[in-house]
Design a protein around this ligand. Sequence first.
Ligand code: PGA
Length: 220
Amino acid sequence: MIIAGNWKMFRGPDPHALVGLDAIVCPPYTRLRDCVEAGLTTYAQNVHWEPEGAYTGEISAPMLLELGVTGSLVGHSERRQYFGETDETVAGRTRAALEAGLNVIACVGETLEERERGETDDVLRRQLSVLEPHPNLVLAYEPVWAIGTGRTATPEMAQEAHELIKSLIDAPVLYGGSVKPDNAATLLAQPAVDGALVGGASLDVDSFTAICQAAARIPS
Ligand code: PGA
């Protein structure tokens, strides 16, 4: 089971309080060093497709590696929604990060309108069509309507989407979208769910710890 905490643009908890948890943390860039120094497995929330260049505001894979960061999220729906991230830029970022030696968690997922129009499968197929399997690539299925809304996909919905994703790319698939201590065990018990990408609940040490403990109880 892989549990990753995405702190988004929040300061997040004291990294020392997370030492010993079997988890990945994805803090904002300004807190990467603190997390690395505390000994946590630390991923960035984004990474650029070039190693260096005139790209104000961006951070590259070699820069992250120099800090001791071992991976990055790519293609989070908030990047796609607010910052113009496209399937092509997601593909470029993923390829560059993997080639540089970072691990990648690439995020996919449909919006509420797309689900209601019955387009979930088409959206996932399109988003995944630009990605290739790689030993260091993990995918995260994050239905946009479940992120930060308190609305979680049912375990059956997650299982169905994960099965489709796995049929297209052979990689572990995390579920993300309002994962909390009280729903983690049922979601993680689905056979095609290989872990969780946790936003809001990763900001609180107790709830993140409880989710990691729920994951540890799932037989592998
Ligand atoms: P959430 O966020 O757990 O707060 O819904 C998940 C994510 O965006 O990765």
